[in-house]
Design a protein. Structure first.
Length: 544
């Protein structure tokens, strides 16, 4: 930078030296041409003079333009260099670089998003085209013969199975309810076989009855658990409502206490401002009393009567003393007028002001009558006036002093009351703060209980849910034991000698009312009264 400044200075000095040299050369050329011009005619001389002037003007303009171009060029160069080294240049370059990066990142993100959207659009378009092609595909209405034969065979098998199940159901009804006992005994291989079958049927019946009783017991347990859960939920709701009411009441009480505290705060601030005002008033009254004492001290000084040794001196002395007296009266009136803004007994101050103004007018009238005073009565008038002035001054001082003292006492009494009220307000605020703290603690405790309550409720619900799930599990355990997968179900028998009656244990009873038929006519029918262990119970029967 210093090198550039040095070069600029050197170029500037060279230009300053170069411009005067051109001017000197032009002037010398003019002097050299003058003798030649004298030989020419007058018109030629004028024309040559005008030409030289134009040439000089053109040279001057050209030099000025060259100089301006020089300074403009180097000014731009130095300004560009200064811009290159300025912090603003780097800040602007960094900002432009950041904007370029942001733009590239934005374009990159837009490209990625556009690519993803294109992929999604392509996938959806392919799916749509595939679905449309599926819908537009020509479907053949012809069904192969093999397919129709299989369908017919399946329908026949289903019908056969249905008819077989109906026949076995009828046989089960006969065996279960004791219908057609003679034919049953006749068809059986032996009475023991028939008794074994009937015992097995009674066992299945007892198992079914036990299962029904267990289901009834589980259902009853489930209902009791549901009732208990409902009661717990109702109790929880009642507790929640009670706690909400308590929280609302506590918050209302807290808000009331806060309002009271705010009112006490405002009252305390008002009392403090009033206290400040009272103290200012007391200070003002103290200053007025000090001023009154100073005027009293001035008036108590004895007058120098030795100066009044002739009539003229006496009149001058009376005028001077009267002016001092009137000035003191004006001071006293000003004191009273200043107290009117904050005084308690304004009427007394107004009365005193009116009284002193009348006295001031009377004193002015008295001074105007001095010129008419005789020389013989001048001395006695001076003494009498001096005595009246002193007496009136004392009366005024006593009246104003008493008035100011009364006002001061009244303000002090009011100040003491104010301080007492401030102490009471402070005590009330302390009590209110203590109550607010207690209420806040109670509110926190209630909110904590409220936050903990839903967890307890959830735990109760979880326990009830577990209990109900256990009840359901116990309820369906017999079914779980008896239920098997379809692949393990026993196949339907193809003959009546090997009956599988477990398939019909859940079917309803006969619709003909055979459940109500008497079963005690035949001694071979097994009943709860005559049930006994079969004689051949341990033998292997045909269907086992």
């Amino acid at each position: 930078m210093k090198c550039i400044e040095f070069l600029l200075r050197v170029f500037f000095v060279i230009s300053l030296i170069w411009c005067p040299l051109h001017l000197i050369n032009g002037y010398i050329s003019k002097l050299y041409v003058l003798p030649v011009a004298e030989e020419m005619s007058k018109a030629a001389q004028l024309q040559a003079l005008y030409a030289r002037r134009r040439q000089a003007e053109d040279d001057r303009i050209e030099r000025t333009q060259e100089l301006n171009r020089y300074y403009d060029h180097w000014g731009k160069v130095t300004t560009r260099f200064a811009n290159w080294t300025a912090p603003e240049y780097y800040d602007k370059a960094g900002q432009q670089l950041q904007e370029t990066k942001d733009k590239k990142e934005k374009e990159k993100g837009l490209a990625v998003r556009q690519r993803k959207l294109s992929e999604i659009f392509t996938t959806e378009r392919e799916t749509f085209d595939r679905e449309m092609n599926e819908l537009k595909r020509v479907r053949s209405r012809k069904v192969p013969t093999d397919t129709l034969e299989k369908i017919d065979e399946n329908l026949k098998n289903q019908d056969k199975i249905r008819r077989k199940l109906e026949l076995e159901a009828k046989l089960y009804g006969k065996l279960r309810h004791g219908v057609d006992d003679e034919n049953l005994v006749f068809d059986s291989k032996s009475e023991n076989e028939t008794l074994a079958k009937l015992n097995w049927l009674d066992k299945q019946v007892n198992t079914q009855l036990e299962r029904e009783r267990e289901e009834a017991r589980k259902q009853d347990q489930k209902l009791r658990l549901q009732e208990k859960q409902i009661k717990l939920e109702q109790l929880q709701k009642e507790r929640h409502a009670i706690r909400e009411r308590e929280i609302q009441e506590v918050r209302t009480i807290q808000e009331n206490y806060m309002l009271q505290l705010k009112e006490r705060q405002e009252e305390s601030e008002n009392l403090k401002s009033e206290e400040k005002k009272l103290r200012d008033n007391i200070d003002e009254l103290g200053k007025e009393l000090e001023l009154l004492k100073e005027t009293d001290v001035v008036m108590q000084k004895p007058a120098d009567l030795t100066q009044a040794y002739n009539f003229k001196r006496i009149k001058t002395f009376i005028r001077k003393r009267s002016e001092e007296f009137r000035n003191h009266i004006k001071i006293h009136i000003a004191i009273l007028e200043r107290t009117l803004d904050y005084a308690k007994k304004v009427t007394i101050a107004d009365e005193l002001i009116q009284k002193y103004k009348k006295l001031l007018d009377f004193e002015a009238q008295y001074v105007s009558q001095i010129e008419a005073m005789y020389e013989s009565e001048a001395k006695s008038s001076l003494l009498r006036s001096e005595e009246n002035w002193t007496r009136q001054h004392r009366e005024r001082c006593n009246e104003i002093n008493q008035y100011l003292e009364n006002e001061r006492k009244a303000f002090k009494v009011q100040l003491n009351d104010n301080l007492q009220r401030q102490e009471d307000v402070i005590e009330l605020r302390s009590a209110c703060l203590a109550l607010i703290e207690d209420v806040s603690e109670k509110l926190k405790q209630l909110i904590k209980e409220e936050e903990e309550s839903p967890r307890g409720n959830e735990n109760t619900q979880e326990s009830l849910t577990v209990s109900s799930s256990e009840a359901k599990k116990v309820r369906f355990e017999p079914n779980a034991k008896t239920s098997v997968s379809p692949s393990s179900l026993p196949q339907i028998t193809k003959s009546f000698n090997n009956l599988n009656l477990d398939v019909w244990q859940d079917l309803p009873s006969s619709r003909r009312g055979i459940d109500t038929l008497p079963t005690n006519n035949n001694p071979n029918i097994v009943t709860p009264e005559n049930v006994e262990r079969p004689k051949y119970g341990r033998k292997r029967v045909a269907w086992t």
